[in-house]
Design a protein around this ligand. Structure first.
Ligand SMILES: C[S@@+](CC[C@H](N)C(=O)[O-])C[C@H]1O[C@@H](n2cnc3c(N)ncnc32)[C@H](O)[C@@H]1O
Length: 181
């Protein structure tokens, strides 16, 4: 019985590792980026009207909506949670942005990123690590990857901006395919 309990405990202790190995899909909890940081991220990614911005784990759609509204870009949000996807879709429709902004409900690890010229994300360092092979495979030289708070291990940022909002300090990491990896 004791041996069984110990085995169970060891099993639980290594559950995160096991889950990761067997394809856990949640890469980060939902924490929205403050609007001022959204804008600084898109500026840092040098987003312009000819760009296609993908936000990986797009929450309520604030980054893709801002990319279209303020920067004139086309944008695609990828979000695993159906409730957040619905909220984003309602906002996109209410703002009349359906021509420029679309949503994919699904796991970012299984999405084709080839159309993206700019990728934004606010996930976690370990999640960035899991996404890195897809970014390396799909993105073309010159594409920018902008990560809020969490770096991409093994890539050298072309810029790391520190932005203050009240008492909080945020770091925005900017990468450029061909220059950072
Ligand atoms: C920290 S929030 C960032 C939301 C938004 N990008 C922003 O900056 O306001 C991370 C988001 O990633 C989503 N997410 C987590 N794992 C995911 C996955 N495997 N595929 C797609 N979305 C995912 C979460 O549901 C959450 O909405």
């Amino acid at each position: 019985m004791r041996a069984f309990s110990i085995a169970l405990l060891v099993g639980f202790a290594s559950l995160p590792g096991l889950a990761q190995q067997f394809g856990r899909s949640d890469l980060a909890p939902y924490i929205p980026t403050p609007q001022i940081i959204v804008e600084r991220m898109l500026e840092a990614g040098r987003v312009k009207p000819s760009d296609v911005v993908y936000d990986l784990g797009s929450g309520d759609g604030r980054i893709v909506i801002t990319a279209a509204q303020k920067f004139g870009a086309r944008a695609v949000g990828v979000e695993i949670r159906p409730d957040l996807c619905r909220i984003a879709q309602q906002r996109i429709k209410a703002l009349g942005l359906e021509e420029r902004v679309s949503m994919i409900q699904g796991n970012v690890l299984h999405v084709d990123l080839r159309p993206a010229t700019v990728v934004t994300m606010f996930l976690m360092t370990s999640s960035n690590e899991r996404l890195k092979p897809n970014l390396e495979k799909d993105l073309k030289p010159g594409a920018r990857v902008v990560s809020n708070e969490f770096p991409i291990k093994g890539w050298k940022p072309v810029e790391a901006l520190v932005v203050k909002t009240g008492a909080m300090e945020h770091t925005i990491y900017v990468y450029e395919i061909g220059r950072t990896n």
